[in-house]
Design a binder for this molecule. Sequence first.
Ligand code: ATP
Ligand code: MG
Length: 423
Amino acid sequence: MKKIQAIRGMNDLLPADSPLWQYVEAVVTDILARYGYQEIRFPIVEATELFKRSIGEVTDIVEKEMYTFEDRNGDSLTLRPEGTACCVRACEENGLLYNQTQRLWYMGPMFRHERPQKGRYRQFHQIGVETFGIQGPDIDAEVLLLSARILRELGVGDAVQLQINSLGSAEARSAYKDALVSYLNQVAEQLDEDSKRRLGTNPLRILDSKDTSTQALLNNAPVLLDYLDEESHAHFEGLKQLLDAAGIAYQVNPRLVRGLDYYGKTAFEWVTDKLGAQSTVCAGGRYDGLVEQLGGKATPAVGFGIGLERLVLLVQALTVVPEGLDQQADVYLVAVGNVQQQAFQLAERIRDELPFVRLLAHCGGGNFKNQLKKADKSGADIALILGEDEVRDGKVVVKFLRDDVAQQTLSQEDAVTLLAGLE
Ligand code: ATP
Ligand code: MG
């Protein structure tokens, strides 16, 4: 019979990989807590309309990347391609934006029907950060400091570069769009196919084109920053000053536009040259218009998303993975003969008294030699050996698996004391 396989671009995360993921997630969530951010969880499936109205009808995501299907009652539903719109929906629906500020984060799978390749998948994972109710550039700077710390504490700080831009107000963007379109219309035949199409639908995205001849044409194009409204200009200057004072290096990239329509004013990306074509590890910006667009009261907001697969790949590529992450156990309990009840008693006693010890208790019988092989394979430093003689004498053998130290036969009391000293 033909075996059923996973959906293309949707990966299993195997036991050998999960310690690294858990480590990365723990570093990030610890930092989020240290900044006073709170976790929010929302569903993986939402009404299709939510994404159409927020991300924008003529974006790549909505036009060709969403997993959309009909519910049994005919409603159009979509597997979330990103979290910002869902977060806004959840906050609005639960009154979290009424007369208060919020600093929130979430973590989980996102779904986009893209061409799978290294760093680009159809189910991928993001840690997202969203803040609401704060207007000034101070909160933009805070989320950038936060993202910088995440990258730094994971040891990848030197491999990433911060690029920032201001997308201005909706009016400024619209004036710039007109100027860009009239410039590009003159050279339209020379544009790549994608950009030709975008000229009529989403011209700002042309700035983002990976096509080298299109990029060359853009060298003489009008520059978005020249069209900034006064307020956006002041906001951007304020942000740069805060970043300078905090010692956060950045590059102003006037061609940085995001692929989602809701961004205005600040936009940023952390990019790396260590992951090939998939260079953006973290991306975000300000979206002051989105809450209102989705039916709420106008609420300033800024946030970002980190692509976890790319972050994990980067940590691996730079070999900054801490040692011993994948070690399964500290202590392996070998139980030979008819001692299973006493073995469980000892194991549970150690788990009660020494909660920091990872204890793997042998199950499934087998002779001493076999069990000791398993103990070695588990990565444990110590094997506790319980046989019928030890049970009779109230003792246990402590065998050091990694050091050249003689094994000891101790009372269970003394064995627990010895393990306690290893913390
Ligand atoms: P890209 O330009 O790489 O397609 P994007 O602009 O579509 O990224 P966002 O929607 O801003 O990405 O998502 C934020 C982050 O999520 C990205 O910077 C990236 O790290 C990650 N990401 C986005 N799409 C994917 C994907 N298909 N597979 C893995 N990670 C992804
Ligand atoms: Mg994309």
